[in-house]
Design a binder for this molecule. Sequence first.
Ligand SMILES: [Fe+2]
Length: 182
Amino acid sequence: MMQRLCTRKYVHGTVSASIDLKPPPYALDALEPHMSKETLEYHWGKHHRGYVNNLNKQIEGTELDGKSLGDIILASYNKGDVLPTFNNAAQVWNHEFFWESMKPGGGGKPSGELLELINRDFGSFESLIKEFTLAATTQFGSGWAWLVYNDRKLEVVKSSNAINPLVLESHHAYYLDFKART
Ligand SMILES: [Fe+2]
């Protein structure tokens, strides 16, 4: 008799496939007063959770079920002809990255090699902040601003909706943490 391994997890009565809702690496009130507990409860607890739940519903029983988040993003980006799972998958990744890019008492000017690269590629930390802020505030509609290390050079790029550097042409999987100021 064959025994079936059950790998499904049951969260609040709904079936969860392979992608988990990753909690921020700090308490939900740890970013106060810059970001309130209510914001984290809503943005992580409802918004980010919604992307995870919807993605799991979409991939259940399909060939994407059981694949890593990165693989799901690349497969569903489908070279720009995006499949319905792409938005949820990429937004899960983007939000995880966003939470992990912040920490209590974080922000400010970096040091060491990162600062050297910033000075080399942007002229100064202040210029980077200017360029990053401009990218974030001039993105039409919803989207993201990113600091990427591409072809041995730091660059600021912006993307619309769920698009992220994993699928931006010629961008490699090297990212640097950056605390967005709001
Ligand atoms: Fe969001």
